[in-house]
Design a protein around this ligand. Structure first.
Ligand code: CO
Length: 200
């Protein structure tokens, strides 16, 4: 309990600090949100969306799950996507994975994680699809990291294939989808160079 009390005290101190720096900050947020970015990332506690791109509350709409997976059957993810694109009209969707992802690593040795195995099957399928790239990599960490990158690329493709994104592009909406990966070792993001803007 004392740890949670610390969190509540942290919160009061944070709110006081923000207000001292910008007295109108919270008043502005009560008038609504107009974020330009949707972040689809991993639930990993080391990869907090707003913090690593240094943006304040109100700037990033966020969806996170284990191993940043985008499924056509995931109503949770699709609802976030639809609201972000059709109502908020975000201009950028960033799928962000990270090196050393525990979910991606676990997908390479399925069988004893119960429920989460079903989820991580989607990453195993990515590994199967790209086995010609992964098989020659002998060092395990390197193989995991390559799959982390390939998983991001595959999820970017999954985002682009949704009827939500296709519909937005059909209507000429300004919207691009990007694939990034975060390196926990140095806090740096890397663009995987797979951005799509619907113009082709
Ligand atoms: Co992860």
């Amino acid at each position: 309990m004392s740890e949670l009390k610390d969190l509540l005290e942290n919160n009061r101190n944070w709110a006081a600090r923000v207000t001292a720096n910008d007295p109108e900050f919270f008043a502005r947020l009560t008038r609504g949100q107009k974020p330009k970015h949707l972040w689809i990332g991993c639930s990993d506690s080391r990869v907090p969306a707003n913090e690593i791109v240094d943006l304040p509350p109100g700037e990033v709409f966020v969806h996170r799950n284990v191993a940043n997976i985008v499924l056509q059957t995931d109503m949770n993810c699709l609802s976030v996507l639809q609201y972000a694109v059709e109502t908020l009209k975000v201009e950028h969707i960033i799928v962000c994975g990270h090196y050393g992802c525990g979910g991606v690593e676990a997908s390479m040795k399925p069988g004893n994680l119960a429920l989460i195995d079903n989820w991580l099957r989607k990453v195993s399928a990515v590994a199967e699809k790209y086995h010609d790239i992964l098989d020659p990599i002998e060092e395990k960490g390197e193989k995991v990291n390559r799959l982390c990158e390939l998983n991001v690329i595959e999820q970017v493709s999954n985002v682009c294939r949704t009827t939500i994104i296709q519909g937005a592009w059909d209507q000429g909406q300004k919207l691009s989808v990007h694939g990034w990966i975060y390196d926990i070792h140095d806090g740096l993001l890397h663009d995987l160079g797979v951005s799509v803007d619907g113009s082709t």
